[in-house]
Design a protein around this ligand. Structure first.
Ligand SMILES: [Zn+2]
Length: 118
C-alpha cells in the first residue's frame, strides 16, 4: 500500500483542521492538545441581552463545531502516528487490512467496512 500518498493527504487535512479550529477556538494553555471555544463576545464589554442570548447560542454552536473538529483532528493524528509505526491501514476491531477504497474515502479510518459502525 502507498502510505506516502495517504500521509500527504493526512498532513494536509491536519493543517486544514487546525486552521478551522483556530477560527472557532483556541488552544487551552493548561492542557496541551486540548482546544476550547473562543467566546463570541470577546472584547465586547457593554452588550444588551438580545446580543447576549445570540452570543450564548453562537458559543454553543462553536463548541459543537470544535468538538467535531477535535475528533477528526485526533483521528488524523492517530493515523499519522500509525504510519510512523508501520501499523497504518489495520482495522482496530478485527486487525484485518482496511480496504484501500475505504482509506481513499477516509484516510483516517480506524476500521474496515465490516466494522465501520461499531
Ligand atoms: Zn474489521
Amino acid at each position: 500500500m502507498d502510505t506516502e500518498k495517504f500521509k500527504e493527504r493526512l498532513l494536509r487535512e491536519k493543517t486544514q483542521l487546525e486552521e478551522e479550529m483556530s477560527g472557532v477556538g483556541r488552544q487551552n494553555p493548561d492542557v496541551p492538545g486540548d482546544w476550547e471555544p473562543t467566546p463570541a463576545n470577546d472584547g465586547q464589554l457593554d452588550i444588551d441581552d438580545n446580543v447576549k442570548a445570540d452570543n450564548h447560542e453562537e458559543s454553543m454552536e462553536r463548541s459543537a463545531i470544535l468538538t467535531e473538529l477535535e475528533v477528526r483532528h485526533k483521528n488524523v493524528s492517530d493515523a499519522l502516528e500509525k504510519i510512523e509505526k508501520g501499523t497504518y491501514g489495520v482495522c482496530e476491531t478485527s486487525g484485518e487490512q482496511i480496504e484501500e477504497d475505504r482509506l481513499e474515502a477516509n484516510p483516517a479510518a480506524r476500521t474496515c467496512k465490516a466494522h465501520m459502525n461499531d
